[in-house]
Design a protein around this ligand. Sequence first.
Ligand SMILES: C[S@@+](CC[C@H](N)C(=O)[O-])C[C@H]1O[C@@H](n2cnc3c(N)ncnc32)[C@H](O)[C@@H]1O
Length: 282
Amino acid sequence: MAKTVAQAIADLTARFAAVDSGSARLDARVLTAHALGRDTDQLFSRAELPLPPGAEAALEGFAARRLAFEPVSRIIGRREFWSMDFVLTRDTLDPRPDTETLVAAVLAVREAYPAPRLLDLGTGTGCILLAILKDWPTGTGIGVDLNPGAVNVAADNAQRLGLASRAAFHVGNWCAGLGEKFDLIVTNPPYIADGELENLAPGMTRFDPRVALSGGRDGLAAFRALLPEAHRYLRENGRIFLEIGAGQAETVSGLLAASGFRPTGEHADLAGFVRCLEAVPA
Ligand SMILES: C[S@@+](CC[C@H](N)C(=O)[O-])C[C@H]1O[C@@H](n2cnc3c(N)ncnc32)[C@H](O)[C@@H]1O
């Protein structure tokens, strides 16, 4: 006899809990809803209904992926960021909650820029630029990524979120070929040292594109490449906001200074690590 939806959720919760997962029940609910093509808030009313055979097979596939440490967001192809729903694919980083630190830091300077032009370097899903534009209705901007697949995803996200009229996305190598200067440059570049990448837990990195994570031997290669370019593309009264890795504040502040910037602020994430640096042209 087919399992009911409630039984499927209970069984899956037990299987996930057995291999660790602090979020076993939530994961089980989200994946069951996804297998059913429903939202999680529609599960309760279906709890005692049998799981259709197609959904059961799909759910078993999702369970196997989750048990191999794939994040739920990757399996369902969606991630909530800044209370917005972003589609992600194998071409994009799965947006991390820590990156909301950078979004909040940028929105704190709203008063100083009535109609800002923004540049988001290494845009991925477009989450940073689109989150900022959602809460800053007079802003417009461009997101750039080396990966054409990511650029397509970002453009689709802009469309779905109703922000396509204020956001454009281009394939590019950091600032190369951009034909204008910007009020605000924002970036969450790849900043993990290659040696460290191998040591992180599988769910942390294995499912993200390497080009989105790898910062070379010391993790700083992208900062070295993009900061001098960003300096040339920033307006005189502009500002740059960078996401950085834990423990990189001092070194990246040095790279900012060496590229013609004056560091003006540090912003900590919820764990207390400096996660975002802010700077102006010196
Ligand atoms: C850490 S991910 C950030 C993605 C997204 N902004 C976010 O915060 O979720 C870094 C991004 O930089 C892109 N990237 C790497 N090297 C690049 C380059 N030389 N020029 C432009 N983008 C690059 C990667 O493809 C990836 O999407």
